[in-house]
Design a protein around this ligand. Structure first.
Ligand code: SAH
Length: 221
């Protein structure tokens, strides 16, 4: 389809520039930068906001939720230390953008969204982009997905009071969990690691602000 192809090409340069700015801002993982330079974020934001798709800003996606800013997605993805063979769990599918980025960095992505409308929309968008290694489930992601566990990496993309214990329990030996935890609207991005021995350690990657993680092991609605 010529029209579609032409439209796609027009976004390539702004997307490349975005990846360059992220590199200048300190993102080092070449695979993450390549994913940021190739996933069409404009296909995952509401049509009226497309012109802003390659600015480094969170944008509203409906249902009171947001698509995270590209720098946030890049930093979280980098912090997961993916090499390509992993099974990754994402809690908070939202637009599907982070899932699309993760689909290029890992082998399999399982993403959970608590709002049925968003889950359905993200599923359709990912299908349209031909991304076949992401599965979107509707439900409370704070309970994880015991049926698909253990996970080599877990990305929590909404902010909760503390890391949900079921998610730590579903982390494989050597696995990483990255997510924002702390007070409502004022969290720290934390990275948990499960050692081969089973021991869990945690690092603070700095302050951040995410929409609420709502669920059994999150905030109440
Ligand atoms: N990763 C998304 C960011 C979306 S914002 C993106 O790239 O667009 C966070 C999302 O987490 C919202 O869509 C919100 O509805 C969802 N969410 C909040 N609590 C959740 C829970 N317990 N389980 C699953 N999704 C949840």
């Amino acid at each position: 389809m010529v029209r579609g192809a032409t439209q796609g090409a027009a976004w390539r340069l702004p997307r490349r520039r975005l990846a360059e700015r992220l590199a200048e801002a300190g993102v080092k993982d070449a695979r993450v930068l390549e994913a940021m330079a190739s996933v069409p974020r404009h296909e995952l934001v509401p049509e009226a906001l497309r012109s802003r798709a390659y600015q480094d800003a969170a944008l509203p996606i409906g249902d009171g939720q947001t698509i995270s800013a590209p720098s946030r997605v890049a930093i979280m993805s980098e912090a997961l230390e993916l090499e390509g063979s992993e099974t990754v769990l994402e809690v908070g599918t939202g637009s599907g953008y982070q899932a699309a980025i993760l689909s290029r960095l890992a082998s399999r992505v399982i993403s959970i969204e608590r709002l049925p409308g968003l889950a359905a929309r993200a599923r359709r968008a990912l299908d349209r982009l031909g991304i076949s290694n992401v599965v979107v489930h509707f439900g409370d992601g704070t309970a994880g997905r015991p049926a698909d566990a253990p996970f080599d990496a877990i990305a929590v993309t909404a902010g909760g009071p503390a890391v949900p214990q079921p998610l730590l329990d579903q982390l494989a030996p050597g696995g990483r969990l990255v997510g924002p935890f702390g007070e409502r609207g004022r969290q720290d991005l934390l990275r948990y690691r499960r050692a081969a021995s089973g021991a869990i350690t945690v690092e603070d990657l700095g302050p951040c602000r995410f929409v609420d993680l709502i669920g059994e092991h999150g905030f109440s609605a």
